[in-house]
Design a protein around this ligand. Structure first.
Ligand code: NDP
Length: 485
């Protein structure tokens, strides 16, 4: 055994005399409850897990930096984007969506792509996916959608009938379903995929002028994907394949990088654009709003401890800095509540005090107490506002930009219902080989659906996206000619 100059202690710091033999009444007698070291050790072990994230449970993370390569201060006053060459430290967490903490990395699933920028004006979280769109566009549908992605309550198995039933009854999902079933639905590694903010956000400059913005992280490793067959083999042999790949690449000094680009839309275009620009099931065509480079993200340091840095990392789309604001996207609006709420539940109300989440900027406020408040809790400083004791004060320039709203309070559906054009555009930009694999994957999945009416309803959507797309799927399933479907 190696000798150490450190004493093993209890969690209260007292030296431990024996960590191999519990205190018993003689060598054959029962264990004594007075062995508090044993009790504490067993009790702490029972509590090692925090609740698993309901979505995005399985993930991997890395530290790195963002460097500005182009001056976009005419669009945003965000301090971390204020000058070319400026570097901001960051932490990224990649993830699958549906699987549990121990599930396989190489499944067909969107990948989470969450970035925490530790800016001088507080943390900025960009919490997106590796896809530019999402399955639904109103947060009120999210729990139902995720139920269909999770396990059946009776069998505890994945349920393809539920998956396609929901999608076929939610045709706004068609665009994302097409992306998911295409080659990019199983990235080769976390390094070989793009990332997207997905939602529309608002940028505001120093003069108070605003634009709408969408974010694209373009992989500098190039896009690479896994075939269904190879992914299945890897899932069996090494369920942690993507986690291992990211760690090993950084460990070898092969630092993955992404170019960050944005699309900028003038505020007034939102009223007249041919798609609702706040509908997260749609992209803004790059022919209308070309990509503009902003900077480069590099991941160059592995976490020293998975639990403290990756499992306890908490990202929320509402973690914003001056110069960056939200849009009326209904999915984003729901996420502003849901993400922070998930963190309060699973990590605790003081999650932003943990080292991985703690801003590098100074934090001054009147929040006090709460579970696991492990810093000085504001000490004896003033704990309410307004006050006459020189407590922290507001920064009027940091107020959100004002904008007009109007309307009748009601449960209002989106007024844009073309779910088909952009899904069809994607199908039409694929090569013949890519189309064949897309159709084969969809056919393979639809074959598992227990009810033909669900399959036929879904084929109707594919047909509306592109007649060839829908026909090939119908043929692959041995169903009637499309016009009879
Ligand atoms: P463009 O031709 O200007 O852009 C096409 C986009 O598709 C590029 O971002 C390209 O990204 C991406 N792309 C290329 N090949 C594939 C593929 N095999 N699978 C998935 N994406 C691919 O056209 P539009 O902007 O008008 O968009 C047309 C369609 O492209 C959309 O309906 C959408 O489905 C898809 N798309 C659009 C994006 C956007 O933000 N406008 C983003 C991603 C996809 P790259 O070359 O880097 O791979």
């Amino acid at each position: 055994m190696s000798s150490s100059n450190k004493h093993l202690t209890t969690s209260w710091g007292a030296p431990v005399g024996d960590n191999q033999n519990s205190v018993t009444a003689g060598s054959r007698g029962p264990t004594l409850i007075q062995d508090v070291h044993l009790l504490e050790k067993l009790a702490h072990f029972n509590r090692e897990r925090v609740p698993e994230r309901v979505v995005h449970a399985k993930g991997a993370g890395a530290h790195g930096y963002f460097e500005v390569t182009q001056d976009l201060t005419k669009y945003t006053k965000a301090n971390f984007l204020s000058e070319v060459g400026k570097r901001t430290p960051l932490f990224v967490r990649f993830s699958t969506v549906a699987g549990e903490l121990g599930s396989s990395d190489t499944v067909r699933d969107p990948r989470g792509f969450a970035v925490k920028f530790y800016t001088e004006e507080g943390n900025y979280d960009l919490v997106g996916n590796n896809t530019p769109v999402f399955f639904i566009r109103d947060a009120i549908k999210f729990p139902d959608f995720i139920h269909t992605q999770k396990r059946d309550p009776q069998t505890h198995l994945k349920n393809p009938t539920a998956v396609w039933d929901f999608w076929s009854l939610s045709p706004e999902s068609l665009h994302q379903v097409t992306i998911l079933m295409s080659d990019r639905g199983i990235p080769a590694t976390y390094r070989h995929m793009h990332g997207f903010g997905s939602h529309t956000f608002k940028w505001v400059n120093a003069e108070g002028n605003a634009v709408w913005v969408k974010y694209h992280f373009k992989t500098e490793q190039g896009i690479q994907n896994l075939s269904n067959e190879l992914a299945a083999v890897i899932a069996g042999q090494n369920p942690d394949y993507h986690t291992e790949d990211l760690f090993n690449a950084i460990d070898r000094g092969e630092f993955p990088s992404w170019k960050l680009c944005v699309q900028i839309m003038p505020i007034e275009d939102a009223d007249t654009y041919r798609f609702d620009p706040f509908d997260v099931t749609k992209v803004w065509s790059q022919k209308d709003y070309p990509l503009i480079e902003v900077g480069r993200m590099v991941l160059d340091r592995n976490p020293a401890n998975y639990f403290s840095e990756v499992e306890q990392a908490t990202f929320s789309p509402g973690t914003l800095v001056p110069g960056i604001d939200v849009s009326p996207d209904k999915m984003l609006q729901g996420r502003l509540f849901a993400y922070a709420d998930a963190h309060r539940y699973r990590v605790g109300v003081n999650h932003n005090h943990l080292p991985i989440n703690r801003p590098h900027a100074e934090v001054n406020n009147y929040q006090r107490d709460g579970q696991m408040r492990f810093d000085s809790n504001g000490g004896n400083s003033v704990y309410y506002e307004p006050n006459s004791f020189g407590g922290p004060e507001e920064t009027p320039q940091a107020k959100h930009a004002a904008y007009p709203v109007s309307g009748v309070a009601d449960s209002v559906a989106y007024d844009h219902n073309d779910h088909f054009t952009q899904a069809g555009d994607l199908y039409r930009l694929l090569s013949e080989d890519e189309r064949t694999r897309l159709v084969d994957t969809i056919v393979g999945s639809l074959k598992l659906v227990a009810r033909e009416d669900i399959v036929k309803r879904q084929i109707g959507h594919f047909l509306k996206a592109d007649a060839e797309y829908g026909s090939r799927i119908a043929q692959g399933l041995g169903l009637a000619a499309p016009q009879e479907v």
